[in-house]
Ligand binder design. Sequence first.
Ligand code: ADP
Ligand code: MG
Length: 686
Amino acid sequence: MDNLSMNIQYVKGVGPKRASRLNKLNIKTIYDLLYFFPREYEDRSQFNTILNTPIGEKASLDIEIVGPSKVLRPRRNMSILKVPFKDSSGYGYLVWFNQEYLKDNFNIGEKLKVNGKINKIGMEYQVMNPVFEKNSTDNKVGRILPIYPLTKGLSNNEVIKIMKSALNHYLEYVEESLPRDIIEKYKLMEKVNAIKNIHFPSNKENLLDAKRRLIFEELLVLQLGLFIIKNKSYLNNKGIKFESVGEIDEFIKALPFTLTQSQKNVFKEIQDDMDRPIQMNRLVQGDVGSGKTIIAALAMFRCVKSGYQAAMMAPTEILATQHYESLSKLFSKWNINCKLLTGSLTQKKKTEILQKLKDGDIDIIIGTHAIIQENIEFYNLGLAITDEQHRFGVKQRAILNQKGNNPDMLVMTATPIPRTLALILYGDLDISIIDELPPGRKEIETYAVGPEMIDRINKFIEKQILEGRQAYIVCPLIEDSESISLNSAEELYTILSNTTFKNFNVGLLHGKMNPKEKDEIMEKFKEHKLDILVSTTVIEVGVNVPNSNIMVVYNAERFGLAQLHQLRGRVGRGEYQSYCILLNYGKNKIARERMRILQSSSDGFVISEKDLELRGPGEFFGTKQHGLPELKIANLFSDITILKLVQKEALKIMDMDKNLQSSKYKVLRSQILDMFKNLGDDLILN
Ligand code: ADP
Ligand code: MG
C-alpha cells in the first residue's frame, strides 16, 4: 500500500504543476489517481465501412490514402483540408476545418485507422475532423476511449497519458480487497484487472465486469462502514437508563387529541430504548402531518422528568421557532423550562442562555445549527433530537452526540425512502415508522392545471380568503442563468399585492431575508395578519398554520415530486377542506405524468418511488444531503440489485467479525477508513 499513498507528483510525467491541477480534482495520492474513474467512454472499438455507416454517426474505419491532400479556401479565415481515401466499401474524403497543418501527414498508398462522424455532401462521403492512427500503439482508434472529468489546464489526453504511466508503474502494488469467497461466489473481476479495465477497457464486456466489480466493492465498503458506526454506538456506547416516569400518562391524557395507534407503537419503541442502559439511535420516519413532533415531545418529557436536559435541532429558524412555540406551550404546565436558541438572538441573550444551559437551569433547548456550535456546553444532555434529518449529516449528528455523555439520539424525517434504501441511507440507525395519519384529516384536493387557469385560481383564492382562510403561493428558487421565464417570488409578490390581491394583506418570504425578517413574516401569517404568503420553498419543511387551506405552486414542473408532496403538506392541517393547485408550465409528457401522480396519490412512499422511476436515479436526491460519503462509481438507485447482494454479504461479515479484525479484511478496512475519513477516525475502526 505504501507506494500507492505516495504523492501524485512523483508519477512519471506529472510534476508539481500538473499535481496541483490534479489536486483540484481531489487526486492527491497515486491510489486516488487509480480510483479516478472516467465519467463516460467513447466507443471507437466498432469498425465499419464508409458506405455502411448511417450518415451522421461516428465510426472507426480501416482506410488507404489514394490521392494528394488538397486545401480549399472558401472564405478568409477558413480552410478545408481534404484527403481522398478508399476502404473496402468505396471512396471518400477525410475532411478537416482550419487544420491545414495536418496536410503533410498523409502519403498515397498509406494505410490508416480513422474515427469520425460520417457526412454525405451530394454524392461525396466524408469523415469529419477524424482522429487518426498511424501505428497501433497509439490506441486512439479501435478502442473504447475513457473520458475523464477535467479541470482547467488539464486535457483528457493528458489525463490518459498520466493514467497509463501510473498503471504501468503502480498497478502491481494494488492489493485485492475483497475476500476470495465473495469474489468467487459473485464471479467478480479481480481488483487489478478491474482497475485496468475501468480506465482502458479491452472490450465492452470487460468494461461492464470492471464496473460491476468496483461498484460491488464501493457499496460493500460503504455498507460495512455504516454498520460499524452503528455497532460502535451500540456496543461501546453505554447510554442512559432513564427513569420510568408515571407523569407521562397524565401528560398524554392532557393532550388536545388522542395518539394514533401508529404514534403509540413508535413511542413504545422509543420507551424501550430509553429503558435500557444503551444509547438510542433511532430514526422516526413518517409522512408529512403524521404527527412526529408530539413523539419528540413525549421523549423529551420523559428525559427531563428523569433529570436530564434535552435538545431539539431543526434545519431552519422558522421551523425551530415554530417548534419552540408549540412545545413551550405544551410544557408550560409541567414545570419544564424550554428555550429557543437561534443565530439571530442578541449576543447578550445568547450568553445568558449558554450559561443557563451549562448550569442546568434550562431543561430543553430548541434551535438550529446554533445548538451544536463549539461554545455550547450542556449540564447533562440526555436526549438529542434532530427534526427533518435529511438536512443533517451523519457528521452533525456525531457532533451533537459528543455534546453529552452518550445522549440518546432521535431523528425525525418526512422524506419517504423505499425500504431497501433506508438500510444504507440510515444504515447506522434503527427505524420506526409512523404509517397512519391522525383521524379526520380531509384529503387535500390536488389539481394540476396550465397557466391559462390563473385568473380562475385567483378568484378561488379570493373566495376562500373572504371566508376567513389563508393561502400560500409558492415559486421555485431561481438560478440566475435561467430566470427569464420563471416566476420569481419577489416579482410575483409585487404584482399580486398591487393588483389582484391589493385589497388583502400579502406577505413575502424568501431565503435571502435575514432570520429576523423571516420570523416576523411567519409570525404575522400565523396570527392571520396576512392573508396570503408568497414564498419560495423555505416553507417546505414543517411549517404548521392550520387556518391556511390553499397552496398554489407556480412552475410546479420545476420541483421534485417528493418536494411537492412536502410542500402540499403545509395545507390540510386544520378542519377545513384544503386545496393544492399545481401550475404546470411544462409541456412534455413526463411533466404531465408527474403532475398526475400527485393528483392521484397522497402517499409519500408511492410518490417517491414513482418519482424515482420517472426522473431516474441521481436526480432524485443526492447522497450528499444524507451526509454519506461521496461515491465514485456506485449509484444507490441504479445499482440497487448489487446493493442487495452487498447488504447480504455485509451482514454476514458483521456476524462473524464485527470489527473486521481478520487479516483477510485488512485492505477493506483501510478502504473503509479512507471513505469515512472526513467523519474523524474515532468514529470508525481502531
Ligand atoms: P409532522 O409529522 O409533519 O411533523 P406534526 O407533528 O407537525 O406533523 O403534526 C401535524 C399536526 O397534527 C399538528 O397540528 C399536530 O398537533 C396534529 N396531530 C398530531 N398528532 C395528532 C393526533 N394523534 N390526532 C390529531 N392531531 C394530531
Ligand atoms: Mg415535523
